[in-house]
Ligand binder design. Sequence first.
Ligand code: ADP
Length: 538
Amino acid sequence: MRRFYLIALLLIGSLILVGFLAWQAHLAVSSHRETAESVLRDYANLASGEFVRRTLVEVGYYGYYPLISAIAAWHSDHPQDALTSLEDLPLPEDRAQARELVRYVFRFNAGDGVLETWGSDVTPDVTGALRTLLTSAVADAPTDGSYVTLFERIGDKTHSFVFTLADPGADPPRRLVGFEPELGVLGGWIERAVARGPLLPPSLTQEGFSNESIFLEVVLAPDDVLYVAGEPYEPWFGVEQPFGEEYRGMLAEVTARLAIDPEVAPQLVIGGLPRSRLPLLLGVLGVVAGLVAIAILQLGRERALIKLRSDFVSRVSHELRTPLTQIRMFAETLLLKRVRSPEESERALEIIDRESRRLSHLVENVLQFSRCEHDSIRLAPVPRRLRPLLTELVEEFKPLLDGSGASIATRFEDDSEVTVDGDAMRQIVLNLLENAVKYGPDRQEVWLGTSRRNGRVRVWVDDQGPGIRVADRERIWEPFQRVERDPASALTGTGIGLSVVRDLVSKHGGSAWAEDGERGGARFVVELPATDSPGGAA
Ligand code: ADP
């Protein structure tokens, strides 16, 4: 009992330990993953910083700076003229591409409120908004010749205006010149900036890493995407970085979204991005828990079996004691010549004979059971006719009927030949007859019969007892299993008789079962393969 609890406790302890180890493994993997994720985000941060810097340089040095300088220079040469063509802007040769950034050039006179524009058409609401914007900006415009960028939402679009003081020396300053950039073409400029080299320093990445493994998106407003390269990665290890106020707020309202492809994690982080092992660990834990449960269940069964075995020993001792007491008593009676008549002495001898038969049958059963347990039954089957064999067995059994007043009738419908071991057959039939007499009422008539069906011969024993409930019909064939309806019942037994029957029958290639008898009692059937063609009816 104690051992059972100890082993169960050890098993549960092992399960808890396995669970603890699995949890630790999960924590280790999770923390490795968290570190890897934060490294990837740091790298995305680094790359986006580089990207923003490069884009600002590209657009600033090759676009906005030369443009605003050229517009200011053109104005100082032609303060009263109209700009007939963008070609008139004195841009250096290597900055000529900057012209594509101009939607229109404007000049504003804060003194009379005149706003002149040259280039693409400008709608009246944009002109109105620009005039208001410039009117209030003129006073704060820097006098060092640098430019100002303002963003303004007009209608459903965000506009950007780049301007500078036209006459830095005038007091008060009156005129502003500038342009509205064509933000739609920025994509090409950004692309050039990206193409200048990897956004992550090669010292941090392994060979083979390129900007292709980086997702990039530049947006002015959620619905106004200026540039996009690649597909947003899943999972997302990225950053969102506004261009901010650097370079005079040139792209202040623009935001860059950048993420690193999780697939290239192994090139950036030692050990890559480990996958969660939780499902695997839970699976392993489940299997271990299942094995422990099976082991404990098995342990419980073993414990029950040990209990059954120890009950069996005391039952066998009890079963042995009853006939032994009878034998001793009547033997003593005879020895001490306490009998009064020859009939009495014959009766005593009969009882001694009956009880010693019962005893030897019981011992035989126990021996046979032990052989079955160790799988050491040696059978010598020979073909024999059933009918003479059964008739002989009935005669042998008759002395055991004494006391119960029961009788045996035979119903042989078949006399086929079966290949059986005589001793085994004897054991089988005697066990069934003994049970029929034991569990049936006094003075009942027990039937022993044979029949044949589909090349198999049935030997059956039918009694007038209580029968066997359907629920118990399988269980009774298990070793040590007894159906005790009435705990106070005087019907004792060892619980091995039927298990010996089934073992011996199956060793002959047959089967055995219990069913309802013809007269309300139980019928035990043993079915064996017939050796010959159908035999004659009784
Ligand atoms: P035992 O008779 O020693 O208990 P068995 O293995 O021969 O062991 O039988 C197992 C159980 O099957 C019995 O305890 C009894 O409950 C039930 N049984 C066997 N034969 C009969 C029968 N003819 N009628 C009713 N119950 C029976």
